[in-house]
Design a binder for this molecule. Structure first.
Ligand code: NAD
Length: 361
C-alpha cells in the first residue's frame, strides 16, 4: 500500500515530517513524499530519503496513491487523476464546505476529514485542530506585539515608567487560552470573555480577568462547541466589548460557532473608540471575522488602528506546526492502517466521526 504525502500549495506546513516516516513504514506501507514537500517547513528531501521515504513528482503521486494525505484537500481537477479506490485524508471542513461530502460520494471516494475527529480525551493525541489553534493563539500575540507601537510589559526606566499593555481576548477556546497565556508571559494585563461558562475557571487560572455577561446560551449536546447566541445577547456583548475596547491596546478575537459565520463582536463604531496605535488580531477571519473591518489575510489601518485577519497563523510557524501535525496524523493513521491493510472500522467512534463519506455506494 502506497501512502502519498502531498506538498501544500498555499501553506508552509507539511502534513508528515521525516521523524514520522519510520513509524509509518512499521505499519507495513510504502511512503511516497512529493519533491520539496517539507522545504518551506525546513525539512529537506534528503532527510525524508534517509529514513526510508521515496521522493517523487506530484504526477507520480496522483497516479499511484492508495492513501492521499494533505492538510488542505486536493483540488477537484487533481482528485480526478487519482484512482477512486484511493482514500483521501485532509481537512475537508464539511461544516463550511457543505457540498463536499456529496461531491466525494458522487465520485466514489472515501474520505477522512481531520477536522471532524471528535474533541474527546480519547482522540486528543489526533486533534490537529487543537494543535494548530494553540499555535495560532501564540502567534496572534506575537503578531500583535510586532504591530503595537508600545511595550507589552510594565517598564520602569530612568526616563520614566511605562504602563503594561492591556489585552482583551474574545473567545477563550484553545486559541484564546494560548493567547492569554502568551500575553501574560509578555507582561500584559489580560481580560477575556467566552460564552461557555466552563471557560471562566480556565481564564482565571491563567491569571486573566473573566468578563461576566449574563444570559449566554449553552448546549451540552454540541460536543463542547459554542452555539449561536440571541441577537439581544450579542447586542449586550458588543456594548460590553465597546466599553473595554476603548481602554485596550490589543484585542484578539477567536470566537467561532461551528458551521456558521463568526459572530460580529467588534463593529466599526467600537474600532473608532480605540486609541490610535491599537491592534486587533482576528483569528476568525476566514469565517467572516469577529471585527466588522477585518479583511482575511490583510492588514487594515482604520484611523490608526491596525486590524489583521488571519485564520491560518499556524502556517507562519511551519516547523513546529508540521511536527505536531505529523504526530497527530500518525496517531490517527494507526487507527485505520494495520499490517499494511486499510481497515476502516465504523464501530470506532473516531473513524465514524471523521469518515465524511460513510454512506457512499
Ligand atoms: P472554536 O474555535 O470553535 O471557538 C473558539 C471559542 O469561541 C470557543 O471557546 C467558543 O466558546 C467561543 N465563542 C463562540 N461564540 C462566542 C461569542 N459570541 N463570544 C465569545 N466567545 C464565543 O473552539 P475550540 O477552541 O476549537 O474549542 C471548541 C471546544 O472543544 C471547547 O469547548 C474546547 O474546550 C473543546 N476541546 C476539547 C478537547 C478535548 O477534550 N480533548 C480538545 C480541544 C477542544
Amino acid at each position: 500500500m502506497k501512502l502519498a504525502v502531498f506538498k501544500e500549495l498555499n501553506d508552509q506546513r507539511v502534513s508528515i515530517i521525516p521523524a514520522s516516516i519510520p513509524k509509518l513504514l512499521a505499519l507495513g506501507v510504502e511512503v511516497l513524499v512529493e519533491k520539496s514537500a517539507g522545504k518551506e517547513a525546513f525539512y529537506d528531501d534528503q532527510e525524508y530519503k534517509e529514513v526510508g521515504a521515496e521522493i517523487v513528482e506530484r504526477s507520480f503521486l496522483l497516479s499511484n496513491a492508495d492513501v492521499a494525505i494533505s492538510i488542505h484537500p486536493l483540488a477537484e481537477k487533481e482528485r480526478s487523476l487519482l484512482s477512486s479506490s484511493c482514500l483521501l485524508v485532509a481537512e475537508f471542513q464539511p461544516f463550511n464546505q457543505t457540498d463536499i461530502s456529496q461531491k466525494l460520494k458522487e465520485t466514489n471516494f472515501q474520505a477522512l476529514s481531520l477536522d471532524m475527529i471528535p474533541r474527546t480525551t480519547l482522540a486528543q493525541s489526533m486533534d490537529v485542530l487543537s494543535s494548530m489553534a494553540s499555535i495560532s493563539g501564540y502567534k496572534a500575540v506575537l503578531e500583535a506585539a510586532r504591530l503595537l507601537p508600545r511595550y507589552f510589559p510594565m517598564m520602569i526606566t530612568a526616563a520614566g515608567s511605562i504602563r503594561p499593555a492591556k489585552v482583551l481576548v474574545l473567545g477563550a477556546g484553545v486559541a484564546g487560552l494560548q493567547s492569554i497565556a502568551t500575553a501574560r508571559r509578555l507582561g500584559a494585563m489580560v481580560e477575556a470573555f467566552d460564552t461557555r461558562s466552563a471557560a471562566k475557571e480556565e481564564v482565571k487560572s491563567l491569571g486573566a480577568k473573566f468578563i461576566e455577561i449574563e444570559g449566554a446560551t449553552e448546549d451540552t449536546g454540541a460536543g463542547g462547541y459554542a452555539v449561536a447566541q440571541s441577537e439581544d445577547f450579542l447586542k449586550r456583548q458588543r456594548e460590553e466589548v465597546q466599553l473595554r475596547a476603548s481602554k485596550s491596546d490589543i484585542i484578539i478575537t477567536t470566537a467561532q460557532v461551528r458551521g456558521r459565520k463568526a459572530p460580529l463582536l467588534v463593529p466599526t463604531s467600537t474600532v473608532e473608540k480605540m486609541k490610535k496605535g491599537s491592534v486587533i488580531i482576528d483569528l476568525a477571519a476566514s469565517t467572516g471575522g469577529n471585527c466588522e473591518l477585518t479583511k482575511n489575510n490583510e492588514l487594515v489601518n482604520h484611523n490608526g488602528v491596525f486590524i489583521y485577519g488571519d485564520s491560518n497563523l499556524a502556517s507562519k510557524m511551519p516547523q513546529d506546526a508540521s511536527q505536531l501535525y505529523s504526530t497527530n496524523l500518525l496517531n490517527f493513521i494507526k487507527l485505520f492502517i494495520k499490517e499494511g491493510n486499510l481497515q476502516l472500522d465504523l464501530e470506532n467512534e473516531i473513524i465514524k466521526s471523521a469518515l465524511i463519506t460513510k454512506d457512499a455506494q
